[in-house]
Design a protein around this ligand. Structure first.
Ligand code: B3K
Ligand code: ZN
Length: 894
């Protein structure tokens, strides 16, 4: 095993050493002004960087200047107008150090060269489909020039770009354009100036032959902002929704947070090769084109919702991230968690608030809970890292957003808004910390948030055991809540957290009861919903004047990211599934009931006993289907059974992935059998000939229609295949088309092949459609899927150099197909680690993230566990890995 060979074999490179939050020291040099001259050329781009540095009065005195720099060729270094000889500095693979420098302001000019064409890591300056673009967060600027590449060094940038005019008619950088012109030999230039001091990670430039879609926005103070969305030629007809989302985001941030945009232009560029969703570079957002380009025949309702959310997210960063940035990368949640919270609120206002909340809870449970429960668990603010790119996680983003949401719940909307205003005001132009954020909230609310702050530093999902006890004699209801958090890597003891629990009591007839809380924690003055605050390991809250036994409804609106166990039992869940006035709690009641039922079925089937048919569950779903007063999108969510990965997580140990899969299939087909005609009726009723619109209403009706189809297809009969095939061939939008394929993909029928072939033809080489084609096959539960995925890797449309395609095929197989990925013979794990090994030299960031899909391996049975450990061990033993993959692999099996 690698742990044993480490350090003993002379051939083994030393293990990379981690960076610790506790070791933070202020930067020894500050930079006021950066002037870049960039001569773009495919294989040798020349960058001349002039920086004005000065010693930081808040740091220890130093006689050297240390600059970060990687994968560049250093051409020359001049200090205060003097060209330096080689003895005046040292260059290593990652640093340039100037020696014997006096502690006073200096002007430094560095010339270097990089090779964008050969850059497959997609960090720094690279080319995507011939377009030059950059990605600097977290530490990519150091691949463009030598610089103190850390977020607490903020400077004002001016950038002059020069390129061949035919190859790159468009030249963009941050800020406002201040000059442009033609040059000899068919070249031209543009100069951009960004007046706002920013850290290097927000730097961006783009050059290429792109189409531009323009629009404008007038800010709350009446300033006009020119908006541009740049896309590859032939794609401009897919940008309207992105532009509309941008304008709505800009208005919303003014109205809800009082934040106004601050430059004359806001540009977005869509590129096809991108390591993540998008990037919030100041005034020049760069996007994965998947999150810009939508048209009814190429994109689903979910794609539209993602475009809206991600456009908003990146735009909102202009304040939460750019104007107020992070002191160091440990504070990442300060911008990411907060900005996710802001984009969630935006989408809630644009769409249905309860449906959006449930969707966010589903995401949290699907991605963050397993992270918190597995070997990669870390706090919202981690305390150490080897490669910071490995910490752009569901915990930092999604749990980070939950922490902000809890804060708002605890201090109330008015104090929260005041706290946000104060946070922005006080920290504008600064690199801030989580402490700065918390202290703004403490000042605004007058509350002590010291215990609450533990949410940032303590990993793991708290488990709450909730029990209710009714006393008919005293007419009281005692709500007792106990909290505990299981140990996580590096944190064995857990302190109690400050947890807001939104709750209510429901009478037997389904009405909400007035709450009279006897304790002082809240003023439950005859409201029907209140928030009790849990701060100890165990607490009891007593409600008075409760005249008949109530049903407890707790964790309304999912008021805290916790796992809940209650003493209510099946009857309560079914009752709340029908009557809970809080949609989120109502949905959760259905999920909890279904989870328990599925665990029961899994056990029964494994023991060879006859499994339950879910009769009461089917009845509850019947009511959902018959209730016209329900929002269709909500009803669709009620119909969805918990997924296999969630069930595995819920069972928690010794899981047999096949048994879970079979149990879920059994319940789905039993329910479909009981509801068959009703499902078909609803399915037919929801058909519509209306012209496609991505609005939440229409999308919700499609969601319900397709949920009916999905459930009905649980029967796996000829009729369901026929219906799906007809839907596929007659669909006038991608949502219905994809839903039909998602049903057919699991089947062993001719209709499946016919539809996939037709879809491939229709894709006509469009990468975004081909990615759908890949992922729909990778998610199939057919027993031959792993072989199919391997064969697709040889397909001419598959490329390891395109992150979207790798994620669509391998990422979907490993992350969304538990039964085939967690195959008992370990073949899924071997496929994944082989891909990671092959991808690592090409793109370590994407490779590391892919390996992360293995994070739940420990909940499976011994045979699977040893296969997982063997595969990761082989990866570690098989030769040098990037720091990205090394860190994930070692933590995975530590
Ligand atoms: N801030 C970027 C993510 C950068 C990831 C670097 N590995 C996008 C976002 O969260 O808005
Ligand atoms: Zn972000």
């Amino acid at each position: 095993m690698s742990a044993l060979t480490e350090g003993t074999s002379p051939a083994m490179p030393p293990a990379p050493s981690p960076v610790h939050l506790a070791d933070y020291t202020p930067p020894p040099w500050l930079v006021d002004i950066v002037t870049l001259d960039v001569q773009l050329a495919p294989t040798a781009t020349r960058v001349t960087a002039k920086t004005k540095l000065k010693p930081n009065p808040e740091a220890a005195a130093t006689t050297s200047i240390g600059l970060d720099g990687e994968r560049m060729q250093l051409i020359s270094v001049s200090l205060d107008g003097q060209l330096l000889g080689c003895d005046a500095y040292t260059v290593s693979e990652s640093k340039l150090t100037l020696h014997d420098v006096t502690a006073e302001p200096h002007e430094l000019v560095i010339e270097s060269e990089c090779d964008p064409q050969a850059n497959t890591s997609l960090t720094g300056l690279y080319r995507s489909n011939g377009v030059y673009c950059t990605q600097c967060e977290a530490e990519g600027f150091r691949r463009i020039t030598y610089f103190p590449d850390r977020p607490d060094v903020l400077a004002i940038y001016t950038v002059r770009l020069e390129a061949d005019k035919t190859e790159c008619p468009i030249l963009l950088a941050n800020g406002n354009q201040v000059a442009q012109g033609d040059l000899a030999d068919g070249r031209h230039f543009a100069e951009w100036h960004d007046p706002h001091p920013k850290p290097a990670y927000l730097f961006a430039m783009v050059a290429g032959d792109l189409d531009c879609v323009s629009d404008s926005f007038t800010t709350m103070s009446g300033r006009d902002v020119a908006l541009g969305i740049y896309v590859e030629h032939g794609k401009a007809d897919r940008t309207a929704y992105a532009m509309d989302s941008l304008k709505r985001s800009m208005r919303w941030d003014e109205e809800v947070f009082g934040r106004e945009y601050d430059l004359d232009v806001f540009n977005i560029v869509a590129v096809s090769d991108f390591n993540m969703g998008a990037m919030e570079n100041k005034g020049l957002n760069v996007f994965n084109d998947k999150y810009i380009l939508v048209r009814p025949d190429t994109a689903t309702d979910a794609d539209y919702a993602n475009v809206e959310a991600i456009i908003a997210h990146e735009y909102f960063h202009n304040w939460s991230g750019n104007r107020v940035t992070c002191r160091d990368w440990f504070q990442l949640c300060l911008k990411e968690g907060l900005t996710v919270f802001r984009d969630q609120e935006f989408s809630s206002d644009m769409r249905s608030r309860p449906v959006k909340r449930i969707a966010d809870v589903k995401t949290l449970r699907a991605h963050q809970y397993p992270e918190d429960a597995g070997p990669l668990a870390h706090p919202v603010r981690p305390s150490s890292y080897i490669e910071i790119n490995n910490f752009y996680t569901a915990t930092v983003y999604e749990k980070g957003a939950e922490v902000v949401r809890m804060l708002k719940t605890l201090i109330g909307p008015d104090a929260f808004r005041n706290g946000m205003d104060a946070y922005f005001e006080k920290n504008d132009g600064r690199a801030a910390t989580v402490e700065d954020f918390i202290s703004a909230m403490e000042d605004a609310s007058g509350r002590d948030l010291a215990q609450f702050k533990r949410w940032y530093d303590q990993a793991g999902t708290p488990e709450l055991v909730v029990s209710g006890k009714y006393s008919p004699i005293d007419e009281t209801f005692d709500l007792t809540v106990a909290q505990s958090t299981a140990p996580t890597p590096g944190q064995s003891a857990k302190a109690p957290l400050h947890i807001p629990l939104a709750m209510g009591l429901i009478g037997k007839d389904g009405t909400s009861l007035p709450l009279h809380l006897s304790d002082t924690n809240t003023d439950g003055d005859a409201e029907t919903q209140t928030v009790v605050e849990l701060t100890g390991y165990e607490q009891t809250f007593t409600f008075e004047k409760v005249t008949s036994p109530p049903v407890l409804s707790v964790l309304r609106g999912f008021s805290a990211p916790v796992k809940l166990t209650t003493n209510g039992g099946d009857k309560d869940w079914l009752f709340r599934m029908a009557h809970d006035p809080d949609p989120c709690a109502r949905w959760e009641a259905g999920q909890t009931y279904a989870r328990e039922l599925l665990v029961n079925i899994t056990r029964a089937m494994s023991a060879g006993d006859r499994p339950r048919r879910g009769t009461r569950y089917a009845d509850a779903l019947r009511h959902v289907l018959e209730d016209d007063s329900l929002e269709p999108a909500f009803a669709a969510m009620m119909l969805d059974l918990p997924g296999e990965a969630e069930l595995a997580q819920h069972i928690g140990q010794n899981v047999d992935a096949d048994a879970v899969h079979n149990a879920r299939k059994h319940l789905q087909s039993a329910v479909a059998d009981q509801l068959g005609d009703l499902l078909l009726d609803r399915y037919s009723q929801l058909q519509s000939n209306a012209a496609y619109s991505p609005d939440a209403d229409q999308a919700g009706r499609r969601a319900l229609k397709n949920a009916c189809l999905r459930l009905y297809a649980g029967l796996g009969n000829e009729n369901s295949a026929r219906i799906a095939a007809v839907q596929f061939s007659s669909a006038n939008n991608m949502t219905d088309m994809e839903a039909a394929l998602a049903t057919l993909t699991h089947m062993q029928r001719e209709e499946r092949q016919t539809a996939f072939d037709a879809f491939y033809e229709r894709a006509a080489g469009d990468p975004l459609l081909l990615d759908k084609w890949f992922s729909l096959q990778a998610m199939s539960s057919r027993t031959d899927t792993r072989q199919a995925v391997e064969a697709l890797m040889d397909h001419s449309d598959f490329s390891m150099k395109r992150p979207n395609t790798v994620r669509s095929l391998i990422g979907v197989f490993a992350g969304s197909n538990p039964v085939r990925f967690h195959a008992g013979d370990g073949s899924g794990y071997r496929l994944l680690t082989q891909v990671v090994r092959d991808l690592d030299p090409i793109n370590p960031q994407v490779a590391a993230r892919l390996l992360g899909t293995l994070k739940s391996w420990r909940v499976y049975d011994d045979a699977r566990k040893s296969e997982a450990v063997r595969s990761v061990g082989d990866l570690l033993d098989g030769g040098k890995l990037s720091e990205d993959v090394y860190e994930i692999a070692t933590r995975m099996i530590a």
